[in-house]
Design a protein around this ligand. Structure first.
Ligand code: GDP
Ligand code: IMO
Ligand code: MG
Length: 427
C-alpha cells in the first residue's frame, strides 16, 4: 500500500473510520491531519463498538504507530479521556501514539466562544458540534494560538495565556454576557496537562518525513468531509479546516507529492448533521427509514442526522477536486426494502440544469434535484462478501453510482463490523 488518504466525499460520517480500520491492517502509520474532537469515528470488531474523536482509528492494532499531526486542533481533556477509555478497554497506548509538538491546543475559551456564538446567532447558527473548533483555528491563523510545545515553556505559556484572556474575557463578558475565565485556574490546569501529554509529544513532522523516506505505508485519516472543507465546501456551512485530501500537506508538513492515493468514502444515501443546504434531504418516511435503519444519530453530539437520497453532484465534485482514485461505498445494507432507490444526477436551478456544485450556499439551497430511479432489493446483504453475490438490483445501484461519479467503487460495506465488506480489488 502506498501513502493513502481516506476522506469523506459527502458531509461527514461516511464510515471513514470503519474503512481506515480495515486498511490499517496493511499500513505502518495512521495519521489524523486536521479537524479536532468535532470528529466522531466509529470502529466495530469482535462484537465491540469503539468511538474515537482524536486518536487515529489505527490504534486497535498495537504494532502500528498512530500520529496526531499538527493540522489537528487538540482538546487535551478529550484526548486524555479517550486514552483512558482505550486503556480501560485493554488497548495499550504508549509509544504507539505520537502527538505533534506543533499542534494547536483547544483552550477553554474556544469551546465557550463557539457555544456562545451559536446561541446568539439565531437563524444564522451553523449547528457546530460546540467543540471550539472554529475559534481554535481562527486563533491559529490570527497568531493567537497556543501550541503543544508552548506548554513546556511555562513563562512563555503564561504570557500567551494572559494575552489571550485580555482579549477573550471582554468578548465573553461584553459580547455574550458570560462569566470571565480565570487565569490561575487555567494556568494550573494546563501545567498539569503538559506533564500528562509529555510522554506522547514529539516531532511528528520529522517522524513522518522519515517514515515516507523509508517507504513505510502511511495512511491518512480524514475527518469531516469535502463538502465541509473550509475552502471548497459549501461555505459558510463548513468546518474550519481543509477537511479533504487538500489538508494532508499543510496538516502534516509532508510535500504534496508524498500522497499517492485518495480513497473517498460515501454512503449509499446522504446524511448531514448540522445546518446548511441539503438538496436531496427527505423529510418524509423514506428519510426517517434511513435514520432508523442506518442509526443516523451523531457520534459526537447524538443529534439526529438529516437523511436523503444519494447526491452524485457533490460526490463528483469531491472526486474531481481531491483526485479520488476509488470510492468506498458504505451502508448499502441500509437500503434494503425500499421499493425503489434514487440517485440525484443533476440540479435544476433558475439558470438551467447543472451537474456542477454551485459555489454559493444560497444556490445549493435553491437547487431542485433531478433524480434517476432504480429498482430496490429486499434481500439481506449484510452477510454478502463478494460483489457477484449481491442481488442484481443492488449491483445495478452500485454500478450506477460508479458511473455517475466517474470513480471506481473498490469497497462496498454491508454492515458496521470490520468483516462486513466486499472488496472489488484491481478495478
Ligand atoms: P465517520 O465519522 O466517517 O468515521 O463515520 P461515523 O463513525 O460517524 O458514522 C458511521 C456509522 O455507520 C457508524 O455508526 C458505523 O458503525 C456505521 N457503519 C459503517 N459502515 C456501515 C455499513 O456498511 N452498514 C451499516 N449499517 N452501518 C455502518
Ligand atoms: P466526522 O469526522 C459530520 C459539522 C457540524 C457543523 C459543521 C461545523 O465524524 O465525519 P464544527 O463543530 O466543526 O465547527 O461544526 O461541521 N461537522 C461534522 N459533521 N461529521 C463530522 O465529523 C463533523 N464535524 C463537524 O455538524 O455542521
Ligand atoms: Mg463521524
Amino acid at each position: 500500500m502506498p501513502t493513502t488518504c481516506v476522506i469523506g466525499a459527502q458531509r461527514g460520517d461516511e464510515g471513514k473510520a470503519r474503512i481506515v480500520d480495515l486498511l490499517a491492517d496493511e499500513a505502518d502509520v495512521i495519521v489524523r491531519f486536521q479537524g479536532g474532537s468535532n470528529a466522531g469515528h466509529t470502529v466495530m470488531f469482535g462484537g465491540q463498538t469503539y468511538r474515537l474523536h482524536l486518536v487515529p482509528s489505527g490504534i486497535f492494532r498495537p504494532e502500528k504507530t498512530c500520529v496526531v499531526a499538527h493540522g489537528v486542533v487538540v482538546d487535551l481533556e478529550v484526548l486524555f479521556h479517550e486514552i483512558e477509555g482505550l486503556r480501560n478497554q485493554g488497548f495499550e497506548i504508549g509509544r504507539n501514539l505520537l502527538v505533534s509538538d506543533r499542534a494547536q491546543v483547544v483552550m477553554p475559551w474556544h469551546r465557550r466562544i463557539d457555544q456562545a456564538r451559536e446561541k446568539s446567532a439565531g437563524r444564522q447558527a451553523m449547528g457546530t458540534t460546540g467543540r471550539g473548533i472554529g475559534p481554535a483555528y481562527a486563533d491559529k491563523v490570527s497568531y493567537r494560538g497556543i501550541r503543544i510545545c508552548d506548554l513546556f515553556e511555562p513563562a512563555w505559556f503564561e504570557e500567551r495565556l494572559r494575552l489571550n484572556l485580555e482579549e477573550k474575557n471582554p468578548i465573553l463578558e461584553r459580547v455574550y454576557g458570560e462569566a470571565p475565565l480565570d487565569f490561575a485556574q487555567i494556568r494550573d490546569a494546563f501545567m498539569g496537562h503538559a506533564e500528562k501529554i509529555r510522554p506522547f509529544v514529539g516531532d511528528a513532522v520529522g517522524f513522518l518525513h522519515d517514515a515516507v523516506a523509508a517507504g513505510k505505508r502511511v495512511l491518512f485519516e480524514g475527518a469531516q468531509a469535502v463538502l465541509l472543507d473550509v475552502d471548497i465546501g459549501v461555505y459558510p456551512y463548513v468546518t474550519a479546516s481543509n477537511s479533504s485530501a487538500l489538508g494532508v500537506s499543510p496538516g502534516t508538513g509532508l510535500p504534496p507529492r508524498a500522497l499517492d492515493r485518495v480513497i473517498g468514502c460515501a454512503k449509499a444515501y446522504a446524511t448531514h448533521v448540522g445546518n446548511g443546504p441539503f438538496p436531496t434531504e427527505d423529510h418524509g418516511a423514506e428519510g426517517q427509514r434511513m435514520r432508523d435503519v442506518g442509526k443516523e444519530y451523531g457520534t459526537t453530539t447524538g443529534r439526529p442526522r438529516r437523511c436523503g437520497w444519494f447526491d452524485a453532484v457533490p460526490v463528483r465534485f469531491a472526486a474531481r477536486s481531491n483526485g479520488i482514485d476509488a470510492l468506498a461505498l458504505v451502508k448499502l445494507d441500509v437500503l434494503r426494502g425500499f421499493p425503489s432507490l434514487r440517485i440525484c444526477t443533476a440540479y435544476d436551478t433558475p439558470h438551467g440544469r447543472t451537474t456542477n456544485l454551485p459555489a454559493s450556499a444560497a444556490a445549493v439551497a435553491a437547487a431542485t434535484p433531478v433524480y434517476t430511479e432504480f429498482p430496490g432489493f429486499d434481500e439481506d446483504v449484510s452477510g454478502v462478501r463478494s460483489f457477484g453475490d449481491l442481488p442484481a438490483n443492488a449491483q445495478g445501484f452500485v454500478e450506477a453510482i460508479e458511473r455517475e461519479c466517474g470513480v471506481p467503487i473498490e469497497l462496498v460495506s454491508v454492515g458496521p463490523s470490520r468483516e462486513q465488506v466486499i472488496r472489488r480489488g484491481g478495478r
